[in-house]
Design a protein around this ligand. Structure first.
Ligand code: 8YV
Length: 313
């Protein structure tokens, strides 16, 4: 039997790419050998941040499935997909632990200056003077921007550190024992650590702006494991340079992976390369979920993880 034609629109991990090639006839958008193939394509796969909108869908009139790698799907125009009867799948849940672990890791790293301390030891400075004293994480005030599945996994871990947890979200969640603060600025003012874990896209663009950073204040740390766009990056760079905030732990940026080099000279940041979900175990589970969503969607069955906008059709 002929394999089904699918379109791959971004670079994916080798084991996932192999899985796709084994099951389907894969066409690579950035190396399209047969432009006529788009007319046969029945599904589109790619990273959730890759732009997939009306123009692409119209080039693939038979496509009825988009299967994204990642829980975030801010690159996908879900309205354009729904208008064309396309179901969009993503990979939630399987990465909650990993992303939460890195959130805690970044908080500990910036509060205790772990990467800076490593450099201190390697460069031989320790023999001259002890490393400067740092800030305590246990018992500190944590403000979560977002209260979805990953935020809950972070809160669970933060409780073990006896952190005082508050959050902002679209609405209060009555089943949670944490304080709901409607305004992000107010939350920042009451936090030692303000951690963004909310979807990207237009709804949250620039949410962490100059005012919020000012409210966080010179003893406050900002952690971003959401999307670079959630923070106003020029305002963040200013706040870090001027001591408006104490520091930041950042896994996400504008224009990844070619990020603004202004970050590289700042002493008060810990920078990671958008790796929150990046373990063998979790990326494999995400790949499996992408394949399961793809196969279910192509067979006209309910996807294990359709995005909320597409659930129910
Ligand atoms: C992705 C992510 O794996 O799930 C998300 O939304 O941001 C990451 O886990 C990453 O973007 C893949 O490259």
């Amino acid at each position: 039997m002929d394999k089904i034609d699918i379109l791959k629109v971004s670079k994916l991990l080798p084991f996932l790419t192999e899985g796709l090639y084994a099951r389907y006839t894969v066409h690579e958008l950035d190396d399209l050998k047969d432009p006529g193939a788009l007319a046969r394509v029945r599904a589109i796969v790619g990273g959730g941040e890759t732009r997939m909108g009306a123009e692409l869908f119209d080039r693939c009139p038979q496509a009825k499935v988009v299967s994204c790698f990642g829980v975030g799907y801010d690159g996908v125009d879900t309205r354009a997909a729904i208008e064309r009867g396309i179901t969009v799948g993503h990979t939630p849940d399987v990465l909650n632990d990993e992303v939460a672990d890195l959130g805690l890791g970044l908080m500990l790293s910036i509060a205790r200056q772990i990467p800076q301390a490593d450099q201190y030891v390697r460069s031989g400075h320790w023999a001259q003077a002890p490393f400067p004293l740092q800030r305590k994480l246990t018992g500190a005030r944590l403000g979560l921007v977002g209260m979805g599945r990953i935020a809950k996994a972070i809160a669970e871990r933060a409780q073990a550190f006896r952190m005082q947890i508050a959050y902002t979200a679209r609405g209060a969640k009555s089943d949670l024992p944490f304080e709901f603060v409607p305004s992000v600025k107010e939350l920042a003012a009451r936090s030692d650590f303000l951690l963004a874990i909310t979807p990207g896209g237009e709804g949250t663009r620039g949410l962490i702006n100059a005012e919020v950073l000012k409210a966080l204040g010179p003893r406050g740390f900002f952690i971003n494991i959401a999307r670079g766009t959630v923070a106003d990056q020029p305002a963040l760079l200013d706040a870090l340079k001027n001591g408006t905030i104490a520091g930041a732990g950042l896994d996400v940026f504008y224009d990844e992976p070619r990020i603004d080099p202004a970050f590289f000279t700042l002493p008060n940041v810990v920078l990671t390369p958008h790796m929150a979900s990046g373990t063998f175990e979790t990326r494999r589970a995400m790949a499996d979920r992408l394949l399961d969503n793809l196969s279910a969607g192509l067979q006209g069955e309910k996807m294990p993880s359709a995005v909320p906008e597409c659930q129910g059709f």
